[in-house]
Ligand binder design. Structure first.
Ligand SMILES: Nc1ncnc2c1ncn2[C@@H]1O[C@H](COP(=O)(O)OP(=O)(O)O)[C@@H](O)[C@H]1O
Ligand SMILES: [Mg+2]
Length: 307
């Protein structure tokens, strides 16, 4: 996973890392849930909402359409309610509740969460590269796993207690319908998935989380703050990658005052990055002469990033 503020190079590095691993013979999926559809830009193909699309040998890219997922999610909820309660039609107040809930940002988040869990749990690839949305979202996502977990824990234990009463009551009534089991099973299923996904996120053996930063004062400060938050959620940070480093060789060339000034400033910021993050800085990628789009540019970044 690549995290960091918007515009620093998360999508660029996700694509480059995917490209590198695919070239090494691993089957890779690079995916994102960012509605800004930037994987489509970098791979120069329309990927949005199309499922995994093959980019080259071993390399697949996918952009999840969150709206489409929300709709599918709502249908699933309707279907489950109908099945559990043996209804043909949903009562109007339930339907309007489902409609209202879809206006909630949390509904979109949980639909996305669900989509990501589906992708990772299916296990069809050797590597998954998650081009994360800007930091706040990633944290929201993790905190949601914790909150959900506590909530479901509570509900399941209540349901389990209730089931004991139900069994007694059913016995007295000589009635053995146990629809409540279906609800309990559903809750346990959700809980399993949430636990599986937060296990993936916080498992340093299988998951690597990289922060992308650039040599600028504000970004260094923001990255530090974010890193603290991440450690609070027990997400192991694998390291930092510095992007957009001005090429060294400029220093020995005859360059305008403006550029010399920027070089000096960057040298100071790079020094601060080294003091702050030390050996956790795993790589530096230079500022290239143009935007990174298309496989040729991606392969150049991959060489700097992984070569
Ligand atoms: N090292 C680099 N040299 C030149 N352009 C870059 C470099 N890294 C990123 N870019 C460009 O910067 C823009 C933002 O990068 P992107 O990876 O989309 O950021 P993010 O995903 O973090 O928002 C893109 O247009 C990308 O092509
Ligand atoms: Mg991006």
């Amino acid at each position: 996973m690549f995290g960091g503020k918007g515009g620093l190079g998360k999508t660029t590095f996700s694509a480059a890392m995917g490209y590198w691993l695919a070239q090494q013979g691993h089957k890779v999926l690079v995916f994102s849930v960012d509605p800004q559809a930037s994987l489509s830009d970098i791979f120069q193909q329309d990927l949005f909402g199309k499922g995994p699309v093959q980019i080259m040998d071993n390399l697949f890219a996918q952009e999840i359409d969150a709206d489409q997922r929300v709709k599918a999610y709502q249908d699933e909820i309707r279907q489950k309610i109908r099945a559990m309660y043996g209804m043909k039609e949903l009562p109007e107040e339930v339907e309007s509740y489902i409609q209202a809930a879809s206006a909630e940002p949390a509904m979109e988040e949980s639909a996305i969460f669900d989509a990501v869990v589906d992708i990772v749990v299916a296990g069809e690839y050797d590597y998954y590269i998650y081009d994360l949305v800007p930091l706040g979202h990633a944290l929201y996502y993790l905190s949601m796993a914790t909150v959900y977990d506590a909530w479901i824990e509570k509900i399941t234990s209540l349901r389990e207690q209730m089931r004991e009463y139900d069994q007694v009551a059913a016995h007295l009534r000589q009635d053995s319908t146990m629809d409540e089991d279906a609800i309990l099973n559903e809750l346990l299923y959700i809980k399993d998935r949430i636990q599986a996904s937060s296990r993936i996120l916080t498992d340093s053996k299988h998951t690597a989380f990289f922060f992308v930063l650039v040599p600028e004062d504000m970004i260094i400060a923001d990255t530090l703050k974010a890193a603290e938050l991440f450690s609070r959620f027990k997400v192991p940070i694998s390291g930092y990658v510095v992007n957009r480093v001005l090429p060294e060789e400029l220093k020995t060339q005859d360059i305008p005052e403006f550029l010399r000034h920027r070089l000096d400033m960057q040298a100071r910021h790079l020094g601060r990055i080294n003091d702050t993050f030390g050996a956790q800085v795993l790589g530096r990628v230079p500022e290239l002469e143009r935007d990174v789009t298309g496989l040729t540019m991606i392969s150049r970044v991959a060489d700097y990033l992984c070569g």
